[in-house]
Design a protein around this ligand. Structure first.
Ligand code: SF4
Ligand code: SF4
Length: 59
């Protein structure tokens, strides 16, 4: 599963557009995991985030 570091996220929205499965959304100008069950751990969002605000956590 992925985790978003809110203090690093500036709400640019790039990750939302990059996710093929609609897992992420912007809320209060921060990225948020809204459909965790849809995440395929493809890590596209992690690689694309310009602020390195997303990381992979083993759960
Ligand atoms: S790409 Fe990174 S900085 Fe931009 S909204 Fe997503 S998590 Fe936040
Ligand atoms: S790891 Fe892949 S499926 Fe999961 S939120 Fe990121 S881009 Fe979407």
């Amino acid at each position: 599963m992925i985790k978003i570091n809110k203090s690093k996220c500036d709400g640019c929205g790039v990750c939302i557009e990059s996710c093929p499965f609609g897992v992420l959304a912007i809320k209060d100008k921060k990225a948020l995991v809204v459909k965790p069950e849809m995440c395929r751990d493809c890590q596209v969002c992690i690689q694309i985030c310009p602020n390195k605000a997303i990381k992979y956590v083993d759960e």
